[in-house]
Design a protein around this ligand. Structure first.
Ligand code: GLU
Length: 514
């Protein structure tokens, strides 16, 4: 059943999506799905100066990789059955320019906004003068009607018309009400009050004919029937203006929820790309190439993280279910998610925790799924093997792996003989008499008929016991011969896997080389 819950993720396409943005998208998605609502992607591209051409595609690809498809948006996501809903589109603000013009005109007509002609030089001069007097310049009723500023509140109708006809540059500013105490409600932070005298008359419409973020954002939220605005804390200071704009238009405001910041792993402050570079973790979901500088930023996907582990980790940055449980599938997250359990205080990012989630997910993945991921890596190395064999290898090594990219390091010896031997381990374990012992072992192995791991173990151990020598004397050089180092899964499993011929071949190799 469709509900009235409609939420939106409204990124500006100014570059790759930071994980804070992905978390905002995720919480919107979880909230929408929990309430059978609609998740909208809206591209806020009114700031031409900061526009980056490939950023929109990056955002869409990132949401797709994260498995959080949008129901409505500039292009319907391939993962979503939803079609772009024509009633509410277009979903790119640059394609909605005409709409904003109309709404700016309404505010002028109703007296909630005015034209301002002040040049940036003039405004700078005001600012400097205020500073010199130890005051802060604020463009609102304190100054706007005192004749110091050039706007339609002080110009006569004729002067105004002349200036507009002259083609003078102007912006449209919001006329913030004087002496009001604004009471607002945030779903996460509770009641917030603000004195309107501290707010400046923000620009709603720029001289380039484009709306600012504020106007476009609330007009779209209204027209797209957004029920809940769930966004990052950095937008909290804009909330009073947004609430006032709804009032000015006579519209019902949506509910607001401002999410806590994602903080640096050490200390205070917002998590930045620089923190990631310094401490060695990505802050973007997908790798990103800056087309201007050629800089490449790492991404979670390319670094080998599973999307579900990444999402699970992100969900916990600012939310918790109130129980000890930490592993949640997307479906479980939808079920459990609740804005009431989102914290007010910032969430410290912990890269070790990300790896912990990744490791947990690795252990629960089906061997068949991991095999699908490993086969292309093997093929690239020129290794041809049966799927059945690769899957068996995966089942033996996965408990030691965090990433699929670890598989080769953990299992190359299942596919090819070692070409070198760990020198420290050889020095310690390959001694006088070892070569003879291994030679003898070759004949023991040759005579084993039932080549199952259990039987090989039984027969080799019986031989060692009969010889009355320590197990280590045989097992360590044997492992070194087969693996090249003292690591890897149960040795008899390795022998059974690579087979009799290969085991004997590797023992001969080691005798020759060590
Ligand atoms: N375009 C804003 C951004 O880049 C959207 C803020 C909002 O959600 O209102 O984050």
């Amino acid at each position: 059943m469709e509900s009235n819950v409609r939420v939106r993720f409204a990124p500006s396409p100014t570059g790759p999506l930071h994980i804070g943005g992905v978390r905002t998208a995720l919480y919107n998605y979880l909230f929408a799905k929990k309430h059978n609502g609609t998740f909208v992607l809206r591209i806020e591209d009114t700031d031409q100066n900061r526009y980056v051409a490939n950023a929109e595609q990056y955002i869409i690809d990132a949401l797709k990789w994260c498995n959080i498809p949008f129901d409505e948006g500039p292009r319907s996501s391939t993962l979503s059955a939803g079609l772009t809903n024509e009633k509410f589109g277009p979903y790119r603000q640059s394609e909605r320019k005409e709409i904003y013009k109309k709404y700016a005109a309404i505010l002028i007509e109703t007296g909630w906004a005015y034209y301002a002609f002040d040049t940036s030089e003039a405004l700078d001069a005001h600012r400097k003068q205020h500073e010199a007097e130890g005051k802060t310049f604020i463009y609102n009723w304190h100054n706007r009607a005192k004749g110091r500023l050039e706007n339609s509140l002080v110009l006569s109708d004729e002067e105004l018309q002349n200036r507009i006809n002259n083609g003078d540059n102007y912006v449209i500013r919001f006329k913030t009400p004087q002496d009001e105490v604004l009471e607002m409600e945030d779903e996460i932070r509770g009641k917030i009050t603000i004195d309107t005298n501290t707010l400046d008359d923000k620009i709603l419409f720029k001289s380039d004919g484009m709306p600012t973020y504020h106007l476009a954002n609330i007009v779209d939220d209204h027209l797209m029937e957004i029920s809940h605005v769930i966004r990052g804390e950095e937008w909290l200071p804009s909330m009073p203006l947004h609430v006032l704009l709804y009032k000015a238009f006579g519209w019902n405001a949506p509910k607001f929820a401002h999410l806590p910041l994602i903080l640096k792993p050490v200390g205070k402050g917002k998590l930045s790309k620089r923190d990631g570079d310094k401490l060695g973790f990505p802050v973007f979901p997908l790798a990103y190439t800056n087309e201007e500088t050629g800089d490449v930023s790492r991404g979670y996907k390319e670094d080998g993280y599973f999307a579900d582990a990444f999402i699970n980790m992100l969900a916990f940055l600012g939310w918790n279910p109130g129980t000890e449980q930490e592993i949640f599938s997307l479906e479980n997250l939808i079920h459990e998610f609740d804005l009431n359990r989102v914290s007010k205080s910032g969430a410290k990012f912990n890269p070790d925790k990300t790896n912990w989630f990744q490791q947990q997910y690795m252990q629960t993945k089906e061997d068949a799924e991991l095999t699908d991921l490993y086969i292309p890596i093997l093929e690239e190395k020129g290794i041809l093997s049966t799927r059945e064999y690769v899957q068996k290898v995966v089942s033996l090594i996965k408990e030691r792996a965090v990433f699929v990219n670890d598989f080769w390091e953990l299992s190359s010896f299942f596919f090819k003989a070692p070409t070198e031997y760990d020198s420290k381990a050889s020095k310690k374990n390959w001694k006088e008499g070892t070569a003879e012992l291994m030679q003898e072992l070759i004949s023991v192995i040759s005579s084993i008929e039932d080549f199952s791991s259990e039987n090989i173990e039984k027969e080799i151990k019986a031989w060692i016991t009969a010889k009355e020598i320590g197990f280590g004397k045989v097992m360590q050089p044997l492992r070194l011969s087969l693996v090249g180092k003292l690591a890897g899964p149960h040795l008899f499993d390795i022998i059974a896997m690579i087979g009799k011929k290969e085991t004997i071949y590797r023992l001969h190799n080691a005798i020759k080389s060590l």
